[in-house]
Design a protein around this ligand. Sequence first.
Ligand code: NAI
Length: 755
Amino acid sequence: MREIRKAAVIGAGVMGAGIAAHIANAGVPVVLLDVSRQIAAEAVEKLLRAEPQALMTPEAARLISTGSIEEDLARISPCDWIVEAIVEKLEIKRSLYARIAAHKHADAIVSSNTSTIPLADLVARSSAAFRRDFLITHFFNPPRYMRLLEIVAGPETSGPAVEMVAKFADVRLGKSIVHCKDRPGFIANRLGCFWMQSAIATAFEQGISVEEADAVMGKPFGIPRTGVFGLLDLVGIDLMPHVNASLARALEKDDLFHSVNVALPFVDGMIAQGLTGRKGKGGFYRINREQGKRKEAIDLVTGEYHAAKSIHVDPQVSLITEDSRLGRYAGAVMLKTLAYAALLVGDAADDIHSIDEAMRLGYNWTWGPFELIDRIGAAKFGTLLNTAGLPAAPILAAAANRGFYRGRSALTLDGIHAAIPRPEGTLLLADIKAAAAPILKNQSATLWNLGDGAACFELNTKLNTLDADAFELLNRSIDHVVKYQRAMVIYSDATNFSAGVNLRALLAPARAGDWKQLEAVVELGQQTFKRLKYAAFPSVAAVAGLAVGGGCELLLHCSAVQAHAECYAGLVETSVGILPAWGGCGELLSRWQASRKLPRGPMPAIMKTFEIISMAMVSKSAVHARALHFLKATDGITMNRARLLADARARALSMVTGYHPPEKTSFTLPGASARAALEIAARSFAKQGKASSHDMMVATALATVLSGGETDITRGTTEATMLALERAGVMKLARTPQTIARIEHMLETAKPLRN
Ligand code: NAI
């Protein structure tokens, strides 16, 4: 199969720049063009400042070269994939395609990022050759973080062209591909806009407040907390009338969409006043800075802002049948939305799982609409639709007594349950769980069999935190793998790899003054991680999301890491007034000592490690984690989250033959002189007001560990000594009221306390 080695993006606005950045994140050079060279160049400047970061490292920007359509269009000729992301105007897009056709190489593929225009219209005037190489690739904003990519192929689009783009987007850009039919709004926005418009129109109709609507449209249905009004504030309220108008124009007269697309004069009035959401002067919510950053909500009758109320609703889908004000609101909106979802089967998509996937990944719903119907009960849902006088799509009858999903199978248009196809090389632990029982299990963790001699250690605690049970099972898992398996992968399907020690396990003994117990927790972690490091089998940490504190120390002790590109690793212990004491100080220091990036001698590595740990630095991507040496140069990076487990498993098995545990780590550290140098550095921070007196105390404890304690450069320092220093440091800090206050604050607010 052909490959994409170089790409072009035309249109350097919000989407075009974001797509170009993400292609660069994948390591592929990209040409970015706009109406003027200046606009394109400024777009890259903006990318470098974007929050959340669009680029995984600033260096990735070097892969983006900019220019203008007028002067530089010839530069697209070596490109294998050309993405069009200019204004949403049919005529302008069409004339651009004619110019692209004159410059692109014969096999280059062109795709449009249009959000509403059907493919048939886009290429109505293009040549047959152009149509063969043309498709729609609909990214979501922001392109780096939103995992959904909707692809639409026309009747003439060549199969290999679709395959080539889909494969690149999947493996290199990490996107989950949903194939859509050439229908207005494709899947996610067609249903998403229906849901938003319905939720808002119904709120006005039933006199439901902004806060009430968002409470109902959030947790009960597994929808993000922003609900519907909060979501509109985020995407821009002014976008809504445009998208709705274009959907209304394009959809047939009998489409259910028209029943929710009613005029909303209140919202039009807000837009006219510049109340367009977070980017404008405020929206349905605003932050009132005069009143100490108070969150306010708009009254949908008077248009006045008031302090936002917190509304509690029972987080159950059964809310839709509840005979209450909010229950009736939930029922009116969600029944209709789910009825519409069912009508899209065979229209916008050929299968239900594409629709579910589009809503999970495009709108961050926990459950797609058909999963929601299964939760309600498909038969009951049918009855509810009848009672409400809503249209029931044919597929609902087939689902009535069997449900939409059965394990990994989904109901098809033919009325049977068929296995959901998955691209080769994707694997979830959920698949393993559906097929077999665990090997070992306790309250906090489980060991699974991945086959071929690979076992998977999975954490099951909240945020995958580590406690005594987790260590107990990790120890038993090590014994098991030594006897019966060949390699271990540490992984879970959860969003985060691990948030580190369960702080409650530290707080209880510290509050009670039970220092023996506290030291036992520290020692258990140290011994278990070193057992893992020196075990006779290879271990691979498959890391995605947060890997902080003890979670980061866990990955530092594995033989290798396979990281998802979105890997946020850091030794953040100082933010709760302690220091890494499960071997993290020594492990990170030894990596920096081996680094060729630093000048020779022990001091530069000590300084660097001190800086990273004392500032609680967390990587903003896997590539950044590599720069901080949380990952080794040889550790792997996987762009697609769904491929992480399979990649880690392959990695672990590839290391089995001839595997030797590492040699014992030893250090040559300067002792007192290094400690003094680190303390001077910390003091200058304190003088600038950047560090408190407790920060100084934590820094001093860290300096003692990293300098090797009572030693000097003529003597070696063992790993055991480093562990003893870490223990002494953490035990000293845990006895201070400031550290206890930091831990309590973190547990209560999930934010660090600066005391
Ligand atoms: P934007 O307004 O941020 O950027 C459009 C870019 O096109 C601008 O940089 C502009 O200079 C350039 N442009 C304007 N007139 C042009 C012309 N005559 N020839 C060439 N370039 C021209 O728009 P945005 O949001 O980036 O949208 C681009 C495309 O992506 C549209 O088709 C839109 O429907 C689609 N889209 C937008 C999403 C969003 O969330 N904003 C999401 C998914 C798709």
